[in-house]
Ligand binder design. Structure first.
Ligand SMILES: [Zn+2]
Length: 268
């Protein structure tokens, strides 16, 4: 599941390659991921328009076009965005192909749970779960003070609070584990039991971990980011692995099909 560091890197890569480029042809290969628009509208409204910007908004990607339209993508679990340098045939997972000169932009989705919207610019009420979210985890205006005030409104296990987009947007299952290892806090701790010092550690860990991972991803090409080979993770997905901070074994618990990894030595 792409999280904020992936989406911000993908937006930066697409900006570099596609801003100012004009769409030649659009093909919807699987309509199940389209929302609020028909295949015909999606295929006909886009050609001859030019990409003016790409940006990440939490776990959404927004592509703006010069004709006042926006494509909003919520990739959910398995949505992937790639660019092909030369024409290629679609594969089973492909859902949308956008041809731009000699290149093409592909949206693929193995589980087809992602959502792609075509909206009038800024009309985000068409987009499910867009409004009501908190500030971005990397928003420069999200100070420690604001973080401390906002977190008080959310109860329950701290990992669930971090993943709750209404608290802060952009953090998912994998990076929540990484942030909590770095902060030294067990994922199952109730938010209300955290001390003021621990909340500060959590804030610092959130900024450090997400910035570090984004810097790593920014050095990779777009198609590599899409593969989500997160070889830089310290604890998530490392069941029976070794905690890089203390050398002890990493623990794992599965709940609601989501895995949580943590270190019983480093996290209290
Ligand atoms: Zn450890």
């Amino acid at each position: 599941m792409p999280e904020l560091p992936e989406l911000e890197s993908i937006a930066a890569k697409l900006t570099e390659s596609l801003v100012g480029k004009t769409i030649n042809k659009v093909q919807v290969l699987n309509h199940i991921i389209l929302y609020g628009t028909t295949v015909e509208q999606f295929e006909n409204k886009l050609p001859e328009n030019t990409f003016s910007s790409f940006r990440a908004d939490g776990k959404f990607l927004i592509a703006s076009l010069t004709n006042n339209l926006e494509i909003v993508i919520n990739p959910m679990l398995t949505g992937r965005i790639r660019i092909a340098g030369k024409p290629r045939k679609p594969i089973k997972e492909d859902a949308i192909s956008i041809v731009i000169d000699e290149r093409s932009l592909w949206y693929s989705d193995r589980k087809r749970m992602g959502r792609v919207y075509l909206i009038e610019k800024g009309n985000y009420k068409e987009v499910a779960d867009f409004y009501g979210r908190g500030p971005s985890a990397l928003d420069p205006d999200l100070t420690l003070e604001i973080f401390k005030t906002r977190i008080k409104r959310h109860n329950g296990q701290i990992k669930n609070v971090l993943r709750n987009q209404k608290f802060i947007k952009g953090i998912g299952n994998a990076y929540a584990d990484e942030i909590l290892l770095f902060a030294g806090i067990l994922p199952f701790r109730r938010r209300a039991t955290l001390t003021s010092e621990e909340i500060q550690k959590l804030y610092d860990a959130m900024r450090t971990v997400l910035t570090k991972f984004k810097d790593i991803l920014m050095k990779r090409p777009l198609n590599e980011i899409a593969l989500e080979k997160r070889d830089f993770l310290m604890v998530h997905g490392k069941h029976n692995g070794i905690c890089p901070l203390c050398g002890n074994r990493v623990s794992e618990i599965t709940a609601n099909r989501f895995k949580t990894n943590f270190c019983q030595t480093c996290q209290k």
